[in-house]
Design a binder for this molecule. Structure first.
Ligand code: KIV
Ligand code: ZN
Length: 515
């Protein structure tokens, strides 16, 4: 890659998945991976293969189908984790092992309980092990921004000698400030004699709201040529560097940065919608680039200006980032072939014929209620289809509810529990509350409701409502998402989706918790 190109490394399915409640199934990850490939992301970090069997399978499924992006897997710096990564990825057309170990005094002493010399040796041995199987090896010194620069230089020079081809400096806790971080990258690149043998990368968290600024400073001041980022800025705690903001900053201010990415920016909004729908993490309306208001000009002065000359108040267009993709694609008269074709264009593949038949039936039901079907509707419909898979414990058979100004709201539900139908009724403070109480009287999960949020999938009152329900139980947090033109039905689907996730007992190790 020559000097005026910048590599976009997406970690939505690894760092993004570490947000509480954002865990994704294999099929959800596959759909996101296909969208990232369509957007022309250079490197897709598909997961952390040693964290669970489910994530191992997701990473290897992605490695098999993705052809136009490099597929990476995160591995702690030990042979067992790295071997798991190799096993998951080795079938890919292009693959990368990403290994890391903490280098700050605080993390080495308190978390790893290792001396700096032990960390130094472990880092070298791990890169050597990975390099034996894979030519493309990335190394990250975790908590890099708070590490002693002398020690950092010693470790990084050694791992480059062992064959690391990318060196990624994480600001793990979002502590850096732009100028200082840019200077740090510059200093270590200048001091390390073999620094030209590696691509320099950064991975910034957003705890102080500076992840994008820090990443761009590392590029501009420090000469970094890879940015790690996530769709919608998803990630641990306050999140990670937002892909859409970095890419559009580089494109809109090419006069300043003089760098190009390979990204097809028209795929940004579809990617944002997909990630939001799958994880249940709603995008705030005023979020740069992908928020619903990002291109809405409400004030009269602004509207007047935009009508006379768009550039008066717009530095990029809605079409540039894919807002125009929100067009009517199908309707009541659309047939099976058109439906299947559009799913294909959206990168959605269902497991078998039965899946397509069920999805088509649901599409017809939706088209009866809603005359115009948008891509967002199809994503919501298929997300729900995935939620009805045969190995799930709870399913919704039917429901009804009553509410008004006079009566106490009440709801009745019929649920499927494996192959048994169970009915229940309850009263509540509103129709949603009554419905949740009715479901809970049967499921008896005892889970705590942390979040209930409703969002319109498209515009207008006939839009499907998309509901996110976040439940917590025994230290686990899960999100369920449901969509329907009736928001109480959508709420029930979301609640049941969350219950199924709690039942699935998928335990994932967080890569940063233990070595
Ligand atoms: O934030 C971090 O330090 C990470 C590394 C594993 C790259 O996510
Ligand atoms: Zn991170």
């Amino acid at each position: 890659m020559n000097g005026d190109k910048l590599i976009i490394f997406d970690t939505t399915m690894r760092d993004g998945e570490q947000s509480p409640g954002a865990s994704m199934t294999r099929d959800e990850k596959l759909r996101i991976a296909r969208q990232l490939e369509r957007m022309k992301v250079d490197v897709i970090e598909a997961g952390f293969p040693a964290s669970s069997n489910g994530d191992f399978e997701a990473v290897s499924a992605i490695a098999k189908v993705i052809k136009d992006s490099t597929v990476a897997g995160l591995c702690r710096a030990n042979d067992k984790d790295i071997q798991r990564g190799i096993d998951a990825l080795k079938g890919a057309k292009s693959w990368r092992i990403h290994t890391f170990i903490a280098t700050s005094a605080l993390h080495m002493e308190k978390k790893l309980r290792m001396t700096p010399d032990q960390v130094f040796e472990q880092a070298k041995l791990s890169v050597r092990y990975a390099k034996n199987a894979c030519p493309d090896v990335e190394f990250s010194p975790e908590d890099g921004s708070r590490s002693d620069p002398d020690f950092l230089c010693r470790v990084l020079e050694a791992v480059i000698k062992e064959g690391a081809t990318t060196i990624n400096i994480p600001d793990t806790v979002g502590y850096a400030v732009p100028e200082q971080f840019g200077e740090l990258i510059k200093i270590i690149r200048t001091r390390i004699p073999n620094s030209d043998k590696a691509v320099w990368s950064v991975h910034c968290h957003n705890d102080l709201g500076m992840a994008v600024a820090n990443s761009l400073a590392a590029v501009r001041i420090g000469g970094a040529r890879q940015i790690e980022c996530t769709v919608n800025g998803l990630g641990e705690r306050a999140g990670n560097t937002s892909l859409e903001e970095v890419v559009m900053a580089l494109r809109t201010r090419k006069d300043f940065f003089k760098l190009e990415t390979r990204i097809d920016t028209t795929q940004i909004v579809p990617a944002s919608r997909l990630v939001s729908q799958i994880t249940g993490f709603v995008v705030q309306p005023n979020k740069a680039v992908v928020g619903a208001n990002a291109f809405a000009h409400a004030s009269g002065i602004h509207q007047d200006g935009v009508i006379k000359a768009r550039e008066t108040y717009e530095i990029m267009t809605a079409e540039d980032v894919g807002w125009s993709a929100n067009k009517i694609v199908l309707g009541k008269l659309s047939g099976r072939t058109a439906f299947r074709q559009r799913l294909k264009e959206l990168g959605i593949e269902l497991d078998n014929e039965e899946g397509y038949n069920k999805a088509f039936q649901r599409f017809k039901d939706l088209a009866d209620k809603k005359s115009e079907i948008f891509d967002e509707d199809l994503h919501a419909l298929v997300s729900h289809e995935a939620g009805l898979s045969s190995n799930e414990v709870w399913g919704l058979v039917s429901m009804s509810q009553g509410s008004g100004t006079a009566d106490k709201p009440h709801a009745s539900v019929v649920l499927m529990n494996k192959d048994k139908k169970i009915s229940a009724e309850a009263k509540g403070d509103g129709p949603v509350d009554a419905t949740f109480k009715a479901i809970e009287s049967v499921a008896k999960s005892g889970a705590e409701l942390l979040l209930f949020s409703v969002n319109a999938v498209t515009q207008g009152t006939e839009s499907q409502g998309e509901v996110t329900v976040r439940l917590a139980k025994g230290g686990r947090i899960v999100n369920g998402v449901g969509a329907d033109t009736d928001i109480v039905v959508a709420s029930a689907k979301a609640y049941i989706g969350a219950l199924n996730k709690l039942e699935s007992k998928v335990e994932r190790v967080n890569p940063q918790h233990q070595l």
